[in-house]
Design a protein around this ligand. Structure first.
Ligand code: C2E
Ligand code: MG
Ligand code: MG
Ligand code: MG
Length: 291
């Protein structure tokens, strides 16, 4: 069933979508054509520097605006795309679009850093690093403006693939992040060898920070583990000032969540950078904006 999406008035379909065979087929077909029909967009959610309190980058999150079904969450269609074998086409579009957007923002005076999410299917595809390098080059974007997030559980499913892909990506100069950390089952020995620069603590721990001693203990331990390994640590799903305060006390490097900002269209982010943003939301790092 459709539910309303907080505020923007677009119907959102979630769990039961694609559950019967006919519906599945229709969706698969729609998904295959979604890119060429211009239905895919990226929204961008700010990442805030813990020490300085300013925006230092964004995460690109894919949105499918279906003509009849409305806005569909990636939690629903990414899994479908993986099942239907079209995740690589979708992932390639994300790479291209993120680079195009970085270049466009730059011409408008905004020097951004963007994180994109990668599926393990993309890591398995030979030539991913080359493809990313080409996209960067084509748009005149430097590799250090791009960060790739890979979910811990899938990264650990196939450690050889991940290791190889990470090394190739690192070689071209993009930054690497382990997403949703704490929900998988990383071997610490393996983690130590991965050429990643960042660890993102899964939202479920952040959610329980104020109420559960256990969650606090895990988050604190992960922050220290990350720092001991020379990684920056990011908390996702920060929704309250209380959670922020705890995370800052623990020396969490970056914070991301509805408390600061929801994912937003590229134009909105640009307007924010130009000062047209809600009172009380963080400013952009000075280095990102051309005077
Ligand atoms: P993720 O990479 O862990 O992204 C974080 C998710 O948490 C996003 O959901 C974001 O909108 C949501 N979020 C951010 N702050 C808060 C908060 O304070 N509270 C709550 N409750 N949620 C928050 P979204 O956009 O629905 O994306 C879900 C997942 O879909 C992502 O999880 C990622 O795994 C996947 N995904 C999104 N875009 C892409 C993409 O371009 N490619 C691939 N392969 N996967 C993607
Ligand atoms: Mg992510
Ligand atoms: Mg995450
Ligand atoms: Mg996630």
């Amino acid at each position: 069933a459709a539910k309303r999406n907080g505020g923007n008035g677009i119907a959102v379909f979630e769990p039961h979508m694609g559950s019967d065979a006919g519906d599945q087929l229709e969706l698969q077909n729609d998904l295959r054509h979604a890119i060429q029909r211009g239905q895919m967009t990226l929204h961008y959610q700010p990442k805030v520097d813990g020490q300085r309190g300013c925006i230092i980058g964004v995460e690109a999150l894919l949105r499918w605006v279906h003509p009849e079904r409305g806005m569909i969450s990636p939690d629903t269609f990414i899994a479908l795309a993986e099942r239907f074998g079209i995740i690589n086409a979708l992932g390639n579009w994300v790479i291209e679009e993120a680079c195009r957007q970085l270049a466009q923002w730059r011409t408008l005076g905004l020097h951004m850093r963007v994180a994109i999410n990668l599926s393990v299917h993309q890591l398995r595809e030979a030539g991913l690093a080359g493809r990313i390098a080409q996209a960067l080059e084509r748009h005149g974007v430097t590799a250090d403006q791009l960060l790739c997030e890979i979910t811990e559980s899938i990264a650990m499913e196939d450690t050889q693939t991940t290791q190889r892909a990470f090394e190739e990506l690192r070689h071209i100069g993009v930054y690497l992040s382990i997403d949703d950390f704490g929900t998988g089952y990383s071997s610490l020995n393996y983690l130590r060898q991965l050429p990643a620069q960042q660890l993102k603590i899964d939202r479920c721990f952040i959610r329980d920070l104020e109420t559960e001693e256990d969650a606090r203990a895990v988050v604190h331990a992960v922050v220290r583990l990350a720092h001991a390994l020379g990684l920056r640590v990011v908390a996702e799903g920060v929704e309250t000032a209380g959670q922020r305060d705890i995370l800052l006390r623990m020396r969490c490097d970056e914070l991301q969540g509805y408390f600061y900002a929801r994912p937003m269209p590229a134009e909105t982010l640009l307007a924010w950078a130009r000062g047209d943003k809600p009172a009380g939301t963080p400013d952009f790092a000075a280095s990102m904006i051309n005077e």
